[in-house]
Write a protein that binds this ligand. Structure first.
Ligand SMILES: [Zn+2]
Length: 406
């Protein structure tokens, strides 16, 4: 009883000092710097590979083979897409292996066996193939039926499609890669559910994922809609953080959910998709009017135009991604605010972020260009600073999200 009383009063009686952000370790700094070259190569590769497949006549040859074997449109499309995905998978494999396996092992960020890494890569390929067989034919059909307006119709279909993906992904796709079990620590689970109830999330289930077999990185999220709503924690997160830090991170994830960040992100991405599709429509027609005869591709409804479509889409992605990233960083910041207001546990938040930062070999104060071009989250240092200083409740000020709390 005494112990309990002390535990309850300690935070107010002995205010905890601000958490200092140490400079990154030499290893973290090296990971950050060598990462630039990998990133730049990845950007060039994402544009160069489809350009090469298109200009080198590979796409045209794949189409001829696919028609010979398939005879009619859909079987030919299925064969073409299968060859295309397999070809790009194979030529990208050495780089993916270097970047996603060797490098992470070298820095102690991965615990994954080679078999699991390769198995997951192949499963991803399978998911891409099945997804394209189920839905990828739709834009081509629309281009044929409505050559002028297909891109607007496709953008309109994209929103319900993404909601559908959101609904089924947690129950259909995610379990292909990892085991989603109940939480082992039931006391902690009860605390998480109590926090969820306070933040206005009712009826969610908590799942623990066995990620420690594959990575040392940590993560948690709240996902799904309706019947597939769930709170997910990687077992690595549970191992690394103490209860207070973990609850703070969960409050942050609940913030995303309660503040409707997923829905807003879908709406924003559908605007960006619309711009991308317009780039395909107008850029694609321009390219084909100039080079179509040489490429032996008459119009965009020919599935041999797929690398051109992907190339133009990637171009618009490169131009637009800073907008999406800035919006994402803003959402992350607001979720941090939500977590601070809900838990009022600044110290645990700051310590938790510092641990995650160190664990993932992050650079707490990266260059401005890095943040602009690459960061989905505010720099770790800024997040710790915010945790150290944001205490409106101590000054009698209104909380921005007080109305959300139950
Ligand atoms: Zn977040």
């Amino acid at each position: 009883m005494l112990v309990q009383a002390f535990a309850v009063s300690s935070r107010a009686d002995y205010p905890e000092p601000p958490v200092e952000v140490p400079p990154p370790s030499a290893k973290a700094l090296q990971f950050y710097r060598t990462g630039h070259a990998y990133w730049a190569f990845g950007q060039v590769w994402a544009l160069g590979l489809p350009a090469m497949i298109l200009a080198g006549g590979i796409s045209r040859k794949m189409r001829e083979f696919a028609w010979r074997k398939g005879q009619s449109w859909y079987p030919a499309f299925a064969i073409y897409v299968g060859i295309y995905l397999l070809f790009t998978f194979m030529v990208s494999l050495p780089m993916a292996f270097q970047r996603g396996y060797l490098r992470l092992h070298e820095y102690g960020l991965s615990t994954e066996s080679f078999a699991k890494w390769l198995g997951d890569a192949i499963k991803n390929l399978g998911v891409d193939y099945v997804g394209t067989l189920c839905f990828g034919w739709v834009p081509f059909l629309l281009i044929k039926r409505s050559p002028r307006w297909w891109w607007l119709i496709t953008a309109g279909l994209y929103i319900p499609f993404l909601f559908f993906v959101m609904l089924i992904k947690p129950v259909v796709v995610d379990p292909l890669f990892n085991e989603f079990g109940p939480m082992k620590d039931q006391v902690l689970e009860a605390k998480i559910l109590a926090l969820a109830a306070r933040s206005g999330i009712e009826g969610g289930r908590v799942f623990e994922v066995d990620k420690s077999t594959e990575t040392t990185a940590v993560n948690a999220y709240v996902t799904g809609i309706g019947a597939t709503k769930r709170i997910v924690l990687w077992d690595t997160l549970i191992a690394k953080l103490d209860d207070r830090e973990l609850l703070f991170v969960m409050a942050h994830e609940m913030g995303h959910y309660v503040l409707g960040h997923v829905t807003r992100s879908i709406l924003l991405s559908s605007i960006l998709i619309l711009v991308g599709l317009a780039a395909i429509q107008f850029g694609g027609r321009w390219v084909l009017s100039r080079f179509g005869p040489r490429l032996q591709i008459a119009d965009l409804s020919d599935f041999a135009a797929l690398p051109l479509i992907l190339l133009l889409f990637q171009c618009s992605y490169v131009v637009l991604s800073p907008i999406g990233l800035a919006y994402s960083r803003w959402q992350e910041h607001e979720s941090d605010r939500f977590a601070l207001e809900l838990t009022q546990d600044n110290h645990a938040g700051a310590l938790g972020f510092l641990k995650l930062q160190t664990q993932n070999l992050g650079n707490p104060r990266p260059d401005a260009w890095y943040v602009f071009l690459r960061s989905t989250h505010p720099p770790g240092g800024e997040r710790v600073d915010f945790c150290n200083t944001y205490r409106p409740w101590e000054h009698g000020l209104l909380l921005r999200y007080a109305t959300q709390f139950k």
